[in-house]
Design a protein around this ligand. Sequence first.
Ligand code: UD1
Length: 358
Amino acid sequence: MKVLHVVGARPNFMKAAPVYRALGSRGHEQTLVHTGQHYDALMSDVFFKALEIPNPDESLNVGSGSHAQQTAAIMSRFEPVVLARKPDIVLVYGDVNSTVAAALVCSKLGIRLGHVESGLRSFDRSMPEEINRLVTDQLADLLFTPSADGDENLAREGIDKDKVFLVGNVMIDTLIRFLPKADELFPKLKAELSLGSFGLVTLHRPSNVDDESAFLSMLQVLDSLSRELPLIFPVHPRTRQKWAAHLNQCNPNLHAIEPLGYLEFLALQKNARVVITDSGGIQEETTYLGTPCLTLRENTERPITVTLGTNVLIGRDWELLRKKFHEALNGGRKQAGRPPLWDGKAAERIAEILMAGH
Ligand code: UD1
């Protein structure tokens, strides 16, 4: 079978890696297309190396732009590639603009489409990712879900259950595979960053970083929390570009550093006393690792990380943030478990389903 994978942004790479590996070991012919949505070396190249995936066969080099510009550029550059390569199936990952753009092209050309990490819903259409999820799932022929809430959402939207497969979480496949390597490099990283006890912060959602007063109020709280526990804050290039002056004024315990590689970031997530984030994937990784996670969003498309895992939704309630931060520091951890099928074998299940001719 000829399988074409589409990746474009940082969170795609760790999802595609295990599926690429599982299909490769079964002898399928594979093509990897990188749209170039993320293009900085620290947002892209370092992941290919760390995750041991080959360089892309095709690079579309679309770069940044408005949502319409970026999505349109991916579509028009992807169409000739998919026509020339003639895959039996195209696999798209997650919820970024590259995912929906490739999905639209495939469905118009009548090419089979599989969506990995299907069915997640925040029910918040002001998030661009929610639009990408809704559209991609309507178009996909095969929908691979990470948790049962995904299956329920898809059923509610009228998607035929014969197309839906609960396979587990491919991002956790990658985490399990690379955790020993992350453990190995932690002592060196700890020395380089002069780490004792620390917390970890990431912020990149437009709702948190686009508006100056919203960003500043968050930064002030983080600045004050970092006086109690040093915080490592790898900064997304967009946030850095916009707010360098504000970041430079923070106290030295709030370490605003460059984006980190996969293994380095994993090592920090495992060893942090607490993680403060607005990312989607980090809510899942911290749940698996058992690290307390405080999410600066009003909602989540990954509710299982709250009901079963270590995640707490904070929104913009800074009192709650302080309270949960102190709880985490004082060892008052939320009792947490690992969701079913987050066992390192999700990609194997996907490969078996494709082999079975679905
Ligand atoms: C994208 C995804 C988001 C995901 C995030 C992970 C969409 C709609 N959003 O958001 O779901 O959680 O990736 O990081 O697909 N930029 C650079 N270098 C890069 C890439 C971007 O400097 O390599 C800057 C540019 O100024 C660009 C901005 O970041 O305009 C936003 O990039 P974009 O890819 O549009 O969205 P992200 O915020 O990265």
